[in-house]
Design a protein around this ligand. Structure first.
Ligand code: NDP
Length: 303
């Protein structure tokens, strides 16, 4: 079997086009321009890149973005003051504090402080709590897991009644992905670093969402034929020439890297019915869903 590719880039573009159209429409109707505030603490290159991509997406979709770079040694008090100011700013509909924060900061307190109606990352304990409760709905669903479920639905994968296995239980991906799948009536197993015999657990799965950050760990023979695989992992590995030597970048003089997921794609695609590539799968969806959440925040705040 050769799996059908779930094209995250194309599906994300469709979401972005819809958001862009709705933003233009609301502005034409005299409503406010949706605005996203990004807070970047310190100078981690990966975090700075993600924030930059989010600001660019805002510009492309006609939304305002307000960037707040903060020194790595910011005090808890000063960071909380900034979040309160953003909570009070009517031009700011969504607040995104880029994680992870430096160790001296109390991440939970910061996330709890974000006004619920501006919590476009969906990480506040109340939004996550509502995701976990039957009959309750969060105002915002965390962007990466939201993107995973969106991809499954776009591909036409039946979630209700399916056996789903989520690899990873982080607050930002694995756990909310499991909670979302339960809301969609899947039967869910969560695998983590203490799970015994992961291949045996995976072989029962109709749907796999892999979010562990372990290079190509999931092998083809761990999967049930016909499974739908969503690979969230982003891992850098050296790019190799045909003779096995590393490819050296002409620009930087350093070995070049390529991105791969948590799933061995070449093996898995022979077993699965659907699979997301890395890159071009979940990655573009995360930003698209953030844009959708920011528009939703503006709509909620209209009322
Ligand atoms: P974390 O490091 O926070 O969590 C990793 C999870 O995987 C933990 O629950 C851990 O278990 C589990 N785990 C780690 N190693 C193993 C193992 N050998 N066997 C079984 N379980 C294991 O990672 P994140 O959730 O933040 O991210 C996961 C991956 O997704 C990363 O590659 C990250 O780069 C990527 N990512 C991609 C995004 C996108 O937009 N595409 C967005 C966010 C993340 P335990 O709890 O027991 O420690």
């Amino acid at each position: 079997m050769t799996a059908q590719l779930i094209d995250g880039t194309a599906i994300a573009q469709k979401v972005r086009d819809e958001v862009k159209e709705k933003v233009a429409k609301r502005i034409a109707e005299g409503k406010s321009q949706p605005g996203l505030a990004t807070v970047l603490v310190g100078d981690r290159i990966d975090s700075a890149t993600y924030v930059n991509m989010k600001q660019k997406a805002c510009a492309e979709l006609g939304m305002a973005s307000f960037h707040h770079p903060v020194p790595a040694d910011v005090t808890q008090e000063d960071l909380e003051k900034l979040v309160r100011e953003l909570n009070d700013d009517p031009k700011v509909n969504g607040i995104l504090v880029q994680l992870p924060l430096p160790d001296h900061l109390d991440e939970e307190r910061i996330l709890r402080l974000i006004n619920l109606e501006k919590d476009v990352d969906g990480f506040s304990p109340i939004n996550l709590g509502r995701l976990a409760q039957k009959g309750r709905e969060p105002l915002f669903v965390p962007c990466t897991p939201y993107g995973c479920i969106y991809l499954l639905k776009e591909a036409g994968v039946k979630i209700a009644g399916a056996n789903a296995v989520v690899l990873g239980r982080s607050n930002i991906v694995g756990m909310p992905a499991a909670l979302l799948l339960i809301k969609e009536n899947a039967t869910v197993t969560v695998v983590h670093s203490k799970t015994k015999d992961i291949p045996a657990v995976l072989r029962e799965a109709d749907i796999v969402i892999a979010a562990i950050g372990r290079t190509q760990m999931v092998r083809g023979d761990w999967l049930k034929p016909g499974v739908a695989v969503i690979d969230v992992g982003i891992n850098g590995i050296p790019m190799l020439n045909e003779d096995g030597t590393p490819v050296i970048s002409k620009k930087t003089g350093k070995p070049r890297q390529k991105l791969v997921g948590d799933v061995n794609f070449d093996e898995a695609k022979e077993v699965a019915s659907f699979i997301t590539p890395v890159p071009g799968g979940v990655g573009p969806m995360t930003i698209a869903m953030l844009m959708a959440n920011t528009l939703r925040a503006a709509e909620i705040q209209d009322k």
